[in-house]
Design a protein around this ligand. Structure first.
Ligand code: F6R
Length: 359
């Protein structure tokens, strides 16, 4: 049932061109979702989730602010629940959960609804508790995810949040139909682009052999790709038990820079987007302290090449909003290979449950 793959995690990483395609089609079969009517009344948005789903929410916030233009915050469900965050009937809670059974996410949504907020859930499991407890549901179409580490459901959550933001932006008059279609035409190339990244698998495995024995890793990104740095670090901790931290690159000099020495690999997500030059300055800071630079990039610039000890190539995208979906794939593969080289049980890492139904 692993379809020829050694582990479910690897199978699920490789399924992404298909799950992305299915999630895009699923989204378009649901354009009459009543949430797009409701969005016209909404004044603030709160995204709540845990773990990897929380990271999807952090990326989603960028798209919502850009296209929907409604002030948005993102919080861990386990924190949101115990705060007195003011909500009313003009608040939209977006609860993101693969399983739809995570206790903190569910109960945050239920409590906010009692205070008259509206709840939209983004879930993978049809008929799950959260989907039944929400005013609106948008599904991701990934089929079951068996590996404990979330992979294909993360990219599907991202696609869903991007499409939701575009459609909601259209409904609120921030985007024309033409602009919406232009984005759509870029988005439908994603399965192909993800396939291109999967072709880097061997190269990524070789890099994994060089660094599987280190004690710590740092992941850096900016803007839309900063949550991807957090996600890379989470994946590595979960399945390889190597300590890792993800940081917005600009925060590095406010503390984590003290960690950098010649033994520390720093994974830098540095796509050719509007923050490229800012990332380059941060990479220079890493290099000046002899850190090991692993760049994930579509850039061919000699400057970046000379600063990087290793480069993992990603394809360029037409629209920089799509970079997070492309740049997370190499991190999934990198962490998978490091964990398997170390002989860890990637599908069932110690101490972890696929679904956390306890509070
Ligand atoms: C990470 C992972 C967990 C889940 C988290 C939320 O790989 O799998 O961090 O993302 O427990 O689970 P859901 O999305 O089911 O609410």
């Amino acid at each position: 049932e692993k379809g020829g793959f050694k582990h479910f995690m690897l199978k699920e990483i490789y399924e992404q061109p298909k799950t992305i395609t299915d999630t895009i089609s699923g989204f378009f079969s649901d354009l009459n979702n009543p949430v797009y009517n409701e969005i016209k009344n909404i004044q603030n948005i709160v995204i709540i989730a845990c773990g990897t789903s929380y990271h999807a929410g952090l990326v989603g916030k960028f798209w919502i602010e850009k296209f929907v233009k409604i002030p948005t915050i993102v919080d861990y469900a386990s924190e949101f629940r115990y705060r007195d965050f003011p909500v009313n009937e003009k608040t939209l809670i977006i609860a993101i959960s693969q399983s739809g059974e995570t206790a903190d996410t569910r109960f945050s949504a239920i409590d906010a609804r009692k205070k008259s907020a509206k709840v939209l859930s983004i879930v993978n499991v049809v008929g799950s508790s959260l989907s039944r407890e929400s005013d609106f549901v948008i599904y991701t179409y990934c089929g079951p995810e068996i590996g404990v580490a979330a992979t294909k459901t993360f990219t599907a959550q991202l696609i869903t949040l991007l499409l939701f933001s575009l459609k909601a932006g259209l409904e609120r008059g921030n985007l024309t139909q033409e602009e919406f279609e232009k984005y759509y035409n870029d988005i439908i190339h994603l399965p192909h682009l993800v396939n291109e990244v999967l072709k880097q698998d061997k190269a990524i495995e070789e890099i994994s052999y060089k660094y599987h024995n280190v004690k710590d890793f740092l992941f850096l990104g900016r803007g839309l790709n900063y949550p991807i740095a957090l996600e890379g670090a989470l994946k590595l901790k979960e399945i390889s038990y190597i300590h890792a931290e993800g940081y917005p690159a600009g925060e590095m000099k406010h503390g984590p820079i003290a960690l950098i020495d010649e033994n520390l690999p720093v994974v830098c997500i540095v796509p050719k987007d509007s923050l490229y030059e800012k990332m380059i300055s941060n990479i220079q800071e890493v290099k000046a302290r002899k850190g090991i630079v692993i760049s994930v990039s579509d850039s061919q610039d000699s400057h970046l090449l000379s600063l990087s000890d290793n480069i993992i190539k990603i394809p360029s995208v037409e629209n920089e909003n799509l970079y997070p979906i492309v740049s997370v794939i190499p991190l999934q593969l990198l962490t998978y290979h490091i964990a398997t080289i170390l002989g860890k049980d990637v599908d069932q890492p110690r101490n972890l449950a696929k679904t956390v139904t306890v509070e």
